[in-house]
Design a protein around this ligand. Structure first.
Ligand code: BGC
Length: 758
């Protein structure tokens, strides 16, 4: 088969090279014309990205580093800038590039638009809990609209890293642990950011990051080494990147980690072989921040020059903030260490995206003060982030129908360090948002005026030295002086709402944790309040799965509210009062202990699984002596104010061939008293294969709305493509044999049938 394909390829190449020149598109022709005019220095300039270096509202730099960089801008030695934002600022730098440099090539302006620009939507992990692809796409689109109105044309998002280890702080930026859900969400986000027309001033180019395997940092410690084999790389890590590519993503970002000993920035297999050859990606790859330079710290590049050589040869097209391409590529070319063809290729890719963004047609097309004013914080965007926030909430526990709360005549004690916090709900990665600009839970509850609300912090927030663009705090670990007042409020209340979790910057880049419990004195406060009034609704704000054993065992109601962004408090209040029936499902498993990390539902079986209790009497099976293997709250788990009943699964056939298909159906009924949303989940298990397959894998899901008493039939189609995996032959293929089908309300469902691929 391979031979045949190879001969066919040779034939095509032969035909194109002998008989006809490949047809260039209009954009490609423009790129070629421009490239032909460029000096080597100008070409290398396109591959150089600078962080904002000058306060552009002040005078033009005179002297020092900023002066040098300003000159580079004016000489056409800078292709892109990041962290320059707002029409006024962007115009200033764009003017220098366009009006002062010889060829007037516009800059592409990059920015970490991760979950909203100024108006903040839920953190990506939270949005992923909605499983609502339309809502997620819309959230990306409104974020793009607001950012593009501020002069930005390129976001460093979506982060599509699969994350299995909650200790890693960056789990908040992704879509969780599952490659299927992650792929769907990656595509939705790309489509949302880029829209149908990249040259529209309401859209931005997207960037799939971090290529690749950054989410597998050992021990969950950020920037740490990654060691995984081809099986996990292709079956788990790469699918969301491929989905982003298929959705048309214009750029990729490589990653800080080394993968099996090779820093991703210098990984030729990933960037040239897989991405640019096998997948035919025709956009460009940007390095991560300073990742060229960091290859020296990795112990991989011997000096800056060597780093430049390794990065370019491996296929990294743009250097973010190392200045290595700018300083070293010319010399490397003279020495024959890099090829002009590779420099040209990188420049072509970068220019192409700039053309597609419409920047050559009008370098100021994203720069319109009136539009900026009209779009920023508009009602449409506020409504969009509120809608997304409600859809992101996951109800983890609700005993005795404590929720929804009654709207009138209740005494509510609202307790916790995050209850009135207007900053934490914005989460991490919200560079453009003003500090303290979120609606707090207190404000959200106050918008309903039928109850009396007594607020007490209980545990204080401690101010920290600012660690970046924003004000930071931590949660107090020693000061119990607020406990007494909180207990007094709880004693008099009908219901206690406790808002606990992580402060906004406790997750995100560089924010790994070795513990996954409630930080500071929060657990102690919770237990003391419980002793006085156990009628507690715990509202969690966090950027990662936490260990919640005590809360799960004792409290009647738990609401996972993540960091939900600008409209947080309204979303939470509407859920607590039942004006919105929560329907989110967890995109990551919540562990029972940090010792279970990494924890994910779609692991492989072992030779000693202890299935059906067979080995459980003994010691010698794969387990912990002091903890369950399972998650406390599994992937796909989430409750509703109503309940659902599932029928058995019916298959329309029990066998199929590679050209056929099978339909698997269930009937789902709303057995409760209110309308609700259910996410029907469909999992497959390839029982025996040439390489061991996961115990089950998500392969489909459908969101349905059901009125009380209503039943809907949900059908999933199984075809050969769905059964493919990266096999022991190092290729995507299916293998004949038996498969289990599971359909249910979360990843632990035992509703199962079997079919065969013949
Ligand atoms: C992060 C990237 C981010 C870049 C630019 C890096 O530290 O890893 O995800 O896009 O900075 O801000």
């Amino acid at each position: 088969m391979f031979k045949k394909y190879y001969i066919y390829l040779l034939l095509i190449v032969g035909i194109t090279s002998c008989d006809q020149k490949p047809q260039l598109s209009e954009t490609e022709q423009k790129v070629e014309t421009l490239l032909a005019k460029m000096t080597l220095k100008e070409k290398i300039g396109q591959m150089n990205q600078y962080n904002g270096f000058w306060n552009v509202t002040g005078p033009v730099p005179e002297g020092g580093d900023a002066q040098v960089k300003y000159n580079h801008l004016a000489e056409g030695y800078v292709g892109s800038m990041l962290n320059v934002r707002g029409v006024k600022e962007v115009r200033e730098v764009q003017k220098v590039a366009v009006e002062k440099s010889r060829l007037g090539i516009p800059l592409i302006i990059g920015f970490d638009l991760i979950h909203g620009y100024k108006t903040i939507s839920p953190i990506p992990l939270a949005e992923s809990a909605s499983w609502d692809l339309e809502a997620i796409k819309n959230s990306a689109a409104i974020g793009a609209k607001e950012a593009a109105a501020a002069g930005i044309n390129w976001t460093f998002a979506p982060m599509v890293d699969i994350t299995r280890d909650a200790r890693w702080g960056r789990v908040m930026e992704g879509a969780g642990e599952d490659p299927f859900l992650g792929s769907k969400i990656a595509a939705a986000r790309v489509q949302g950011f880029q829209g149908d027309d990249l040259s529209s001033p309401y859209t931005v180019a997207a960037c799939a990051k971090h290529f690749a395997a950054y989410g597998f940092a050992e021990g969950g410690r950020d920037y740490n080494t990654v060691d995984i084999g081809l099986n996990t790389l292709h079956n788990v890590v790469l699918p969301p990147f491929k989905a982003a590519l298929d959705a048309g993503v214009k750029t990729f970002m490589n990653s800080f980690n080394d993968l099996n000993g090779i820093p991703a920035t210098a990984d030729k297999y990933l960037q040239r072989d897989v991405l640019k050859s096998e997948w035919n990606f025709d956009g460009f790859v940007v390095s991560d921040w300073g990742s060229l330079r960091e290859m020296m710290d990795h112990g991989y590049a011997k000096d800056r020059k060597h780093a430049g050589e390794l990065a370019l040869n491996a296929g990294s097209d743009m250097d973010m903030e190392s200045y290595i391409y700018h300083e070293e590529l010319e010399g490397l070319l003279e020495e024959g260490k890099v090829k002009l063809a590779d420099i040209d290729d990188a420049v072509r890719r970068i220019l192409k995206v700039k053309y597609e963004l419409g920047l050559f047609e009008d370098p100021y097309r994203y720069l319109d003060e009136a539009r900026e004013k009209e779009v920023t914080g508009s009602q449409e965007i506020l409504d969009g982030v509120l809608d997304m926030a409600k859809k992101s909430i996951v109800l983890l526990k609700n005993e005795n129908k404590l929720l929804p709360l009654k709207k009138n005549g209740q005494k509510i004690a609202l307790i916790g360090p995050l209850a009135a916090d207007k900053n934490s709900p914005l989460g991490n990665w919200r560079i453009g948002a003003a500090d303290h600009s979120a609606i707090s839970v207190l404000e959200g509850l106050q918008a309903y005026n039928g109850n009396t609300i007594k607020h007490q912090q209980g545990v204080k927030l401690v101010n920290k030295v600012p660690a970046g663009f924003h004000e930071e705090v931590s949660i107090n670990e020693t000061d119990r002086t607020g406990f007494a007042a909180a207990k007094k409020a709880a004693a008099k209340a009908d219901v206690v709402v406790m808002v606990l979790g992580e402060y906004g910057f406790q997750s995100g880049e560089g924010r790994s944790r070795a513990n996954l419990d409630l930080p500071g004195l929060q657990q102690e406060l919770l237990e003391e309040i419980y002793a006085i009034n156990p009628n507690i609704v715990l509202v969690l704000m966090n950027g990662r799965p936490l260990v919640l054993n005590w809360a799960d065992k004792h409290l009647p109601a738990i609401v996972e509210a993540w960091h939900l962004g600008t409209q947080s408090g309204h979303a939470i209040a509407q859920v607590l009062y039942g004006d919105y029936n929560p329907g989110g499902k967890l995109p990551m498993s919540f562990p029972r202990s940090v010792g279970q990390m990494p924890l994910y539902y779609n692991g492989k079986s072992t030779g000693r699984p202890g299935a059906d209790g067979e080995d459980k009497g003994s010691v010698f099976w794969s387990h912990y002596g002091d903890e369950e293997n399972t998650a406390l709250y599994p992937f796909g788990f989430g409750l509703s104010y109503t309940s659902f009943n599932y029928s058995d699964i019916s298959l329309n056939a029990s066998e199929m061939t590679a050209t056929g298909s099978i339909e698997a159906s269930v009937e789902v009924t709303n057995t409760g008293t209110v309308e609700g949303k259910e996410i029907v989940q469909f999992y497959l298990q390839d029982i025996h294969a040439s390489a061991v397959r996961p115990v089950r894998e998500l392969k489909g899901f459908e969101l349905i709305d059901l009125k009380p008493g209503e039943t809907k039939k949900v059908t999933f189609t199984i075809d050969e493509k769905l059964l493919q995996f990266y096999s022991a032959n190092n290729t995507w293929e299916s293998e004949t044999g038996d498969f289990n089908v599971f359909i249910g309300t979360d990843s632990t469902t035992d509703r199962k049938v079997t079919f065969s691929l013949k």
